[in-house]
Design a binder for this molecule. Sequence first.
Ligand SMILES: [Cu+2]
Length: 127
Amino acid sequence: MKGINLFSAVLLSLLLFVGIVSAQDKKEMKEISVTGEIIDTKCYLTGMMGGRGPEHEDCAIACIKGGLPPGIVEDKTGTVYILAPEKGTKGGNEALVQYAAKIVTVKGKVIEKGGSKLLLYSAITAK
Ligand SMILES: [Cu+2]
């Protein structure tokens, strides 16, 4: 009887653990919508050439074309999301160049790890 109880306890813990892990997975892939400026993360974080805004547009275009990691700075919060196309979404830096230094709304799934935020976008709308 004691053996069965121990087995049940282990099984229950395991099920609980699996439940928690899958719940976290779902939380990490939350669908969100972010409105803000498309930046190149290098210039934004280093403040190079002003780092953002209309006066940085030419630089942002060159940087994103050149392959530097693009991102979006959320208007409301100042939060920076690194941008990457969701599987099945046409994109990459080439698709983002036209939005460099522009205010847009990006829809996609956010993944957070160790303080970094990645937004896997499926749609971008210019404001
Ligand atoms: Cu730049």
